[in-house]
Design a protein around this ligand. Structure first.
Ligand SMILES: [Zn+2]
Length: 318
């Protein structure tokens, strides 16, 4: 499985990053797209990908939970991937929340990094309708500048559009014919927006909120997205599957969906309130259920799609 969007650089992972990587491998997740969010975390993303993106990870210290649970059995195909390899594909961009107070040379810094990392997508970029600040005009300017750069360097873009999907799509539209690909991450837009994204050749990525039965629009979109455009992600450390339930409820099996009871509490020092790529099977399971497909099929289709949109051929091996 491939986690199409997360933030392993987040400081909440600083004390447990090795455990997070081990839990991901144990769950059958062999790679992630690790998205930067502002100038301040790009170097950390770069460092993580340099340290772990090309290096095998020893699994000897991982507790024997591999064959312990039904949820993991359902991802048997994913587990057949070489377990010792974990790939971090770095992405660099300015998240709309951080579009204010950027240093004058931020775009030049971004270009320099992207040139150094020819495989890196541009992300996380986009528009946000959840917060008023920074103002939407400023968010749009920063988004447009990054889209221009992505076109110039021929990179796919990984986009945030929470509660601003329509406006995001209108901003993106003129760039699409010139971009090699685009991803709508943690998609939660309408059926109409979904249709447009698909008709424009975009990929649609679903996160942990798809596990929540109350998230009707997200779940309808996950069921309706054509298989060849479907991605799954964790957006870790945020968007813990079943966002309305606490982590404790989830792991004790009393949450909104029975999926929770099928995921082991990893005997690893990852704080329960943190989402991590090892939870990706929950997302795969929920999407599979909504589409009446096998989890194994969703795991492999979404991994193949991630390879296509990100242009990564060797997620499973070095
Ligand atoms: Zn994100």
């Amino acid at each position: 499985m491939f986690d199409a969007h997360c933030h392993l650089q987040d400081e909440r992972f600083d004390a447990c990053r090795d455990a997070v990587v081990a839990a991901a491998l144990t769950a059958g997740v062999s790679g992630v797209c690790c998205c930067g969010s502002s100038v301040s975390d790009w170097q950390k993303v770069r460092r993580l990908s340099a340290e772990r993106g090309v290096r095998s990870v020893e699994l000897r210290a991982v507790p024997r939970v591999l064959h312990a649970t039904p949820a993991l059995h359902t991802t048997a195909a994913a587990l057949r991937t070489p377990l010792s390899t974990f790939r971090i594909l770095p992405a660099f961009g300015v998240h709309p929340w951080y579009a204010g107070n950027l240093p004058a040379n931020w775009l030049a810094q971004l270009e320099e990094l992207l040139v150094q990392y020819p495989a890196a997508p541009v992300g996380e970029i986009g528009l946000d309708g959840v917060r008023d600040n920074p103002p939407r005009d400023l968010q749009r300017q920063v988004l447009q500048a990054q889209l221009e750069l992505a076109v110039r360097l021929h990179r796919p873009v990984v986009c945030h559009g929470a509660r601003a999907w329509g406006e995001w799509l209108e901003t993106l539209r003129p760039f699409v014919p010139h971009l090699p690909g685009f991803v709508a991450h943690a998609f939660g837009g309408s059926e109409e927006i979904l249709r447009e994204i698909v008709s424009m050749g975009g990929f649609v990525s679903f996160a942990g909120n798809v596990c929540n039965p109350a998230a009707k629009r997200v779940r309808a979109a996950a069921a309706a997205t054509p298989a060849e455009r479907l991605l799954i992600e964790t957006d870790a450390p945020d968007l813990l599957p079943g966002v309305r339930a606490s982590a404790v409820q989830w792991f004790s099996g009393s949450a909104v969906d029975d999926l929770a009871s099928r995921v082991p509490h990893p005997a690893l020092p990852i704080p329960q309130e943190l989402n991590h790529p090892g939870n990706l099977p929950l997302v795969a399971n929920a999407v599979a259920k909504l589409r009446r497909a096998a989890t194994e099929e969703i795991a492999s289709v979404t991994e193949a799609n991630a390879r296509r949109v990100y242009g990564v051929q060797d997620i499973e091996g070095n």
